[in-house]
Design a protein around this ligand. Sequence first.
Ligand SMILES: [Zn+2]
Ligand SMILES: [Zn+2]
Length: 151
Amino acid sequence: MVAYTPLALKAELHERGWRMTPQRETLLNTFQHLSEGQHLSAEDLCELLKAEGAPIGLSTIYRNLKLMARMGILRELELAEDQKRYELNRPAPHHHHHLICVRCNKTIEFKNDSVLKVGAKTAEKSGYQLLDCQLSIHAVCPACQRSILPV
Ligand SMILES: [Zn+2]
Ligand SMILES: [Zn+2]
């Protein structure tokens, strides 16, 4: 797996017949400046960019997030809610998995190299090129276990 700088992304996009547009660069920069553990939806990004005075239309954001996820630049996360969330797909030692509370969506990131090794080996055996390997554990956090709210 590779970590993308704007320059490397530009080259990669070019190679695949895509252009590095100002919007794509803005999106990539935004992800690179997030603190660890943040997982943003298209809506979150839309709000964030609007607040920063560099708005991008929601449909453009959607399209580009999908594209960058397909290329392995971003990871698309299936957390407990409906919205897909995204984060940079960074190589080890930043590579991580997620423990997700299905009730409140509180998400804990954790590292496990053996999961990544299984992923790499499995892909390699079939001649696939590994882009990402993520383990999502769906569970109920201690606070939600204590709460009396029904599921
Ligand atoms: Zn994460
Ligand atoms: Zn919870």
